[in-house]
Design a protein around this ligand. Sequence first.
Ligand code: SF4
Length: 419
Amino acid sequence: MTNMDKNIGIYIHIPFCKGKCAYCNFYSLPGRDKQMPDYLEALVTHIKESESQLAEYYADTVYFGGGTPLCFGADRLVKVFDALKKYGRVLMNGEVTVEVNPESTTYEDLVKLRRAGFNRLSIGAQSANDDILKTIGRRHNFSQVTRTVKKARDAGFENISLDLIYGLPSQSMDDWSDTLRKILALKPEHLSCYGLKLEEGTPLYSYRNSIIMPDDDTQADMYLYTVDTLEQAGYRQYEISNFSKPGFESKHYLKYWQGKEYMGFGPAAHSYVGGRRYGYISDLNTYINNILNGGPVVDQYEDISRTEMASEYIMLGMRTTRGISPEEYKRISSYGFERGLELLESYRDEGWAVEENGRWRFTPAGFLLSNVLIGQLLDAQMKRRVELGTPWRKDEYATDYYYGIIDSQVDHAQLFNGI
Ligand code: SF4
């Protein structure tokens, strides 16, 4: 079987930011403007060198994330996208997303991006409360969010997502409800709502004892309120933290959660191709130097076994409202799902899971406990403990923190085919 008829998602990491937000643990670097020309050259070189690998696929999603991609400049983003179109096969009707921040987005840039073929924006709004935005080190206010959405519509973007965070310092339920109300008035097609996770090493973590944080119960209430409010406003929840108008689910995100293939470029970017997962070194200088001078850039690499695939099927599938089916699990793992099924039935009795047409998924109450429940499911099936993060909080991708034992190699595309 060749890969010629397969689709793939492309992720481009742009690690530049104007400043560092107080809660951020992404690989992002302020004050590196001088390295941007070299980084552009490195990215284009890397894409060109990947031509033969890219030629095996159609890219149906492209995602420019960061960092703050527009800090790199719209012209450079367009050049990188042009390189992808030149050395890869990007589908005309593909989903092409770029993350933008309200303080650094001009109408002119948006027009350039739209003309080049970018068709989806993910705007980092986070909150409608200017005081809270300041506390968490954001460099914009809510009126800039409103103006960015207007500029995006004027530039021709018909698919806009807004990122929000709840459980922020001194945030009350009323404040969160006010944020949701103001955000809904902007009529985005998609919303990502993450619970704040205090990450060690971030400024917010270091002064956590001197700020008032909503307690776990309040955060849980905020989550349940979000699910309910967005549903009433016509947004369908399709993943723990993601909601969209019908037909506007992020096709790129879905690749991560449905075990589909994706290829990343840039420092700290991850790929999952041909049953292998690998990540590039989280160091901009090394990435640029080694790409331009023929040195190594991969620093994590693993073949994903059939056993791991089965675990990931549970772990990723249960993040989504599509859920999992025992038949699909059996097809991937080649062994039974009896113990998992018993547990799911007990979750149903508790109101944490539902079964519909042979598929199991969590209820909102189940999503709140999903880190524990998924761990139990994996234990039951795999008889080994897997340490999960807190999936309903802001984790990048669940796949980042699960590594297991390698057994036989399998054709992943075939196993996941049709799921
Ligand atoms: S949260 Fe986003 S904008 Fe803020 S520092 Fe991190 S990557 Fe940059």
